[in-house]
Design a protein around this ligand. Sequence first.
Ligand SMILES: [Zn+2]
Length: 379
Amino acid sequence: METKEILARIELAMDKVIEEYQNDNFIIFSDHNDKQKFLFDKDYFKSLRFGKTNTCMFLGCVQRAINNSHTIQKATSISTISEDGHLLWPTFNHKKGVLELSKIGLNYASTFPGFCRAHEQMFNPFEEKKDMSTEQDFRLQVYRSICREIVENKRSLDTSLLRRNQYILFRDNKLSEMIRAEADALHIDSKSIVSMRHEFVDWRLRELNKSVKQSEAYLADLHKLYLSIHNDLVKNKAQKVFVQAMEVDWVIPCCLAGRGGFKLNNKSKRRADIILNALPYENKTFLILASHFKDKRFVDTYINSFTKHPFHLIKMVESWMLYGSDHWFIRPSVWESLADDVKDKVLKELFNFNKSIYAVADFEIFVGLREQLILRQQT
Ligand SMILES: [Zn+2]
């Protein structure tokens, strides 16, 4: 066969495969074993957990972070709502492909590789008194929530980058394999066809690119907040970060430390990003919101819309759980006592990324707490 003829047949094989792939991107997953290997890749699963060699999050510190800095104090909030040494928290079960509430032990709940041994001591003043009373106490709590968000989002960005590379490699190898098979059918020696890179941005790649971009933008925003709170911590002054802490005399059976937000208004594209904390103690709960000072008036309006009645505050925390942060822990018996359809709704709403923390659900998670407060009013 002449070279020209060989090249024409290779081109024919390529065109056929590429056309099939463009009509149906899933064609590259038609081999069950290869698909499983890709879906349950060991490195991918490893990337879903925190690494073991993180540097301390304190600005300028180069020491290695311990693996288990708590974002939420174990001796107070975590213990308060635990049962038999456990709590429940939302996790994605990658094997089953579903979101579920899974058990986590006291020693692990809310931990991350945050600070070195020396900087862990920063939190002693309020951890030892098992209470928060000064502005600096609340600031420290917000600070470690921001640090955890950064570590978690860096991890998530690394996962997206890894997954993107893995997908491109998998897809391109698969397409080359299919082209070789086509070439064989056209009586061309397929060994002469080397693996090639393809430039298509299919839906999966588009999604991965989107998630990389989102993580990068979010990390850049977090970094600004991190520098601001660092400034305020060092100076022990509220210069750049606005922290609003509310104390209520009831115990919410849930701990939350993360981020939520909302669009400033219908016309604006900008969002107010807020660091949120719900921290139950033995006979009270702290609800903490923190943002850049420039967003204070928006945060004030938000808070005002939920503070008219204790039930509104409970609703607010439920909104944080559903439409804000998924970094929360709930007392196991509270979750178990919910009707199955409510549990399903909670899990479904956790995937609703279109709603903000202004949205309220049409179902209740803290049914028992509401009943307690009604009884208290009657006596
Ligand atoms: Zn350090």
